[in-house]
Design a protein around this ligand. Structure first.
Ligand code: TRP
Length: 334
């Protein structure tokens, strides 16, 4: 607990271009709840190298992502926005936690199994211990809450288990974090296959709206979005395509599905798709403008990057020193 506020930690990987799903499902929520917490939002570039990356591309994407955090409305004076790789404590704590995590636990992680199957030529030890680095991210800042998607719940559970195990051995060292599951589930699905989550790694670019897509592209993708056969704008299980579009529309306008059904009563899919496209544009245009402005201001961004890394280093060191002492590392001579 810092400044009487609870601490919140979250992070995103800079692999792939961020989609509307990442924005509506995560980033936008971060902005909404950030005032209530002492926050740390990391660009988790160390996690990214568990699969092969082009170095220049990773660097560029990491900077883009960090800039997007700010463009989305996270004030970097109030929120600690930083690169994971700039704060040495993540790797140091991850090592220690590795020694408190069982092979059996990591073997059960479904994301590891999925990724190992997908990258059969590169099943490296980092991919296996990825959840331990994630635990280190969270525990390093004594986070009380962690906003995560459902796909990361298993990793958060493991984080809690590691924290509890460590605390049982050494006393109350770590805060045991809780998941923060966003309210109205803005889980955005692919525009081409509403059974699949909208993903930055989708091979079909028409399924995803990227935050940097230009207006024509956005409208075109919505026009091509897969719909259903009832030919009316109704929010129901039988119309997963339309339901997804209604979810997007509601997330962008603040309307409810019921209001949306009323608004488009008697209208066809075509009108509705255009309206969804326009609603998305009205959200993404200001975001893109802020992004462009920020990107021009290299000195400002560099200062944010430097100062927030120092701040993160400061807070993380407090936990790290305590942990190092508990496990029996010799005191540092000053
Ligand atoms: N593994 C998370 C993901 O892919 C990213 C992440 C890394 C994270 N460290 C974290 C999320 C700590 C929350 C807290 O989505």
């Amino acid at each position: 607990m810092l400044d009487g506020k609870k601490t919140l930690f979250s992070g995103m990987q800079a692999t792939g271009n961020l989609t509307l799903g990442n924005y509506l499902g995560a980033l936008k929520n971060w902005v909404t709840i950030s005032d209530e917490y002492q926050t740390f939002f990391s660009v988790v570039d160390m996690h990214s190298i568990t699969v092969r990356q082009d170095p220049a591309e990773l660097r560029r994407r990491a900077r883009t992502l960090l800039t997007l955090y700010i463009a989305a409305g996270l004030d970097p004076e109030k929120n600690c926005i930083y690169y994971q790789s700039h704060v040495s404590g993540h790797a140091e704590l991850a090592w220690i936690l590795n020694c408190f995590t069982y092979m059996g636990e990591l073997n059960r992680m479904t994301q590891f199994k999925d990724k190992a199957a997908k990258h059969a030529d590169n099943i490296n030890a980092g991919l296996f211990t990825y959840p331990v680095l994630m635990a280190a991210d969270i525990l390093l800042y004594q986070a009380d809450v962690v906003p995560v998607g459902i796909d990361q719940m298993q990793h958060l559970e493991l984080t809690r288990d590691i924290a509890i195990r460590f605390n049982n051995l050494y006393g109350e060292v770590f805060t045991v974090p809780e998941a923060y599951i966003g309210k109205a589930g803005a889980k955005i699905m692919s525009l081409q296959d509403p059974a699949k989550k909208m993903s930055k790694s989708d091979e079909n670019p028409n399924g995803s709206i990227y935050l940097m897509d230009d207006p024509d592209t956005i409208i075109r993708k919505f026009k091509r979005a897969v719909t259903d056969s009832e030919a009316c704008v109704r929010y129901c299980e039988e119309q997963p395509g339309i339901r997804n579009l209604i979810d997007i529309y509601c997330a962008c306008t603040g309307k409810t599905p019921q209001e949306t059904e009323k608004e488009f009563e008697g209208k066809g899919y075509g009108d509705f798709k255009m309206a969804v496209g326009e609603a998305v544009l009205s959200v993404l245009k200001p975001l893109q403008e802020r992004f462009a402005d920020l990107s021009k201001n290299k000195d400002y961004l560099d200062r944010v990057i430097k100062e927030n890394a120092q701040k993160a280093q400061y807070f993380s060191n407090k936990t790290l020193r305590k942990v190092q002492k508990k496990v029996g590392f010799p005191d540092r001579i000053r």
